[in-house]
Design a protein around this ligand. Structure first.
Ligand code: BG6
Length: 490
């Protein structure tokens, strides 16, 4: 059924995120019949474009980013007719009267301000929205990550936006929470009785979370060079995954219940500071190499080209050893890594269980490898359990690893909506469960910031890795020091 009639106002409407993710997501919801005839989508940015030019841009982006069978003329005609464009500048009053005119008479529909801009503009845009009387009773604001670049700036931005919008109106998006398999973690853990009893330090040896990408910094050098992998991926996406794996059972799926449990995990993280930074972190930056057989340039070249300046000591890869200091997880390391220009695009959570306490098998039966539960978030969403089995045949007892594999595509045979499709509609519905609360974002920054400070204090320099590999050798050493290895089975 369609959601309530809305006006979606996308600030940063000509940016990468809007064109690559937001417009395709709204288009697909339109195609699915979820958008009422009266709803509109308005892009706002500084570029002096007229509506026809913006539409051309939007159409090109949709054709490029949607699958061939998703784009069709009929939906485009309907969706294109909803589009509107206003050139306005967040840092001046230019264009805001026009925006006001475009919205007049629409106070009774749900109004979403999606701020897909630099976080520095979240405050100024909110203030102008208020000054021009555009914030209605039915308004909501969506803040893209990253919110700030450290704890202090995050607090300031939250204060600025908070002086215009009430906390219930603020949706801090982390699109990883909209991914099907991420939500599936909740189903796996709390709709099955099998796993929860072994989901603790008594049974789990360690956890690995990998979010690997094949892309480089693309045209985003200007943003990325000031950010780096820790701020871009760890502070938000990886922390959220860690929370969902590590949290205690919430009492319900209620928004506050889930977020209360997640923040407890953030508060129990063992701090990483100057004393343990060398043992617990590795930063890397890609050099020229090849990904999937295609030659690619170095980070310095790519970021230099799009940031205009000379690229710095920014990390494009980070590996961390993290500990959750509470009763459930004491002594169980969580190894996290994420990077650009890796051999494959794959996001995976691996729970490695403890070795059997004693082997009854003869030496010749082969090694017993520990059980693994592998939750693959993308691509090819699946949940796999690696078990030991007897190798068939009369030749005596030989052990071999085999797996139970739940492939979501094969099992459910339905289309997997993109994370943004779900989340953009949740905002219209007024459901913030899969969004981050202010205290969560700030707790994640508090922990992340001490890593940034320790790197700076030690004058840490990035370790090189060749594009198309799994990161610097120091990342392998980080986990092998503990007698463990990364599961690179992408
Ligand atoms: C974004 C980061 O939040 O997530 C990007 O800013 C990154 O650098 C992207 O490429 C990865 O998202 P996904 O959904 O492709 O895994």
């Amino acid at each position: 059924a369609p959601v309530e009639t809305f006006d979606y106002l996308v600030f940063g409407g000509t940016g990468d995120l809007a064109l690559r993710k937001l417009l395709p997501a709204l288009y697909l919801r339109d195609k699915a019949g979820q958008i009422t005839a009266e709803s509109r989508v308005m892009a706002i940015s500084r570029s002096q474009l007229d509506l026809a030019e913006y539409k051309a841009k939007a159409e090109e982006a949709l054709r490029r980013h949607l699958h061939v069978d998703e784009f069709d003329e009929a939906t485009w005609e309907r969706f294109g007719a909803r589009l509107d464009y206003v050139a306005a500048d967040a840092t001046s009053t230019h264009g805001w009267d026009e925006l006001q005119t475009h919205l007049s008479g629409r106070d009774d529909v749900v109004r979403v301000f999606y701020l897909a801009t630099s976080p520095e503009l979240f405050g100024p845009i909110s203030e102008r929205l208020q000054a021009f009387g555009l914030v209605t009773e039915k308004s909501r604001v969506v803040l893209e990550k990253p919110i700030g670049r450290d704890l202090e700036s995050a607090k300031r931005i939250n204060d600025e936006v908070g002086s215009v919008f009430a906390e219930e109106q603020i949706y801090r998006i982390d699109h990883y929470l909209g991914k099907e398999t991420v939500q599936n973690l909740l189903a796996l853990r709390f709709a099955n009785s099998l796993f929860e009893p072994v989901w603790d330090a008594g049974h789990v040896d360690h956890v690995q979370i990998t979010v690997a990408e094949t892309v480089g910094v693309e045209g985003r050098g200007g943003y990325y060079d000031n950010s780096g992998a820790l701020r871009d991926m760890v502070q938000n996406h990886l922390m959220q995954l860690l929370c969902l794996v590590g949290m205690e059972p919430p009492v319900s799926l209620d928004q506050e219940a889930v977020r209360d449990e997640k923040i407890k995990v953030l508060r129990s993280l063992k701090p990483i500071g100057v004393e343990n930074i060398a043992a617990c972190t590795v930063r890397g930056q890609y050099r020229a190499g090849a990904v999937n057989g295609a030659a690619v340039g170095s980070y310095a070249e790519e970021a230099g080209a799009s940031s205009g300046g000379k690229p710095s000591n920014t990390e494009t890869f980070v590996a961390l050893k993290v500990e959750i200091e509470n009763w459930r997880w004491s002594g169980v390391p969580f190894y996290l890594r994420t990077g650009k220009r890796m051999p494959a695009k794959v996001s995976e959570i691996v729970i490695q269980f403890r070795q059997v306490p004693h082997s009854i098998f003869p030496r010749g039966a082969g090694e017993i490898t520990p059980n693994l539960l592998v939750v693959r978030l993308q691509p090819d969403e699946s949940i796999r359990l690696n078990l030991m089995a007897k190798d068939p045949g009369p030749g005596g007892m030989r052990l071999r690893e085999a797996s139970l594999n739940l492939s979501f595509a094969e099992t459910f045979k339905s289309r997997f909506p993109d994370a943004y499709e779900r989340l953009l509609m949740d905002v219209v519905r007024g459901n913030p469960t899969l969004f981050m609360r202010r205290d969560e974002v700030e707790a994640a920054w508090r922990w992340t910031e001490s890593i940034l400070d320790a790197w700076a204090a030690r004058g840490d320099t990035v370790k090189p890795y060749i594009a198309g590999t799994w990161g610097p050798s120091q990342s392998v050493a980080l986990i092998e020091r503990d007698g463990r290895t990364w599961h690179d089975d992408a």
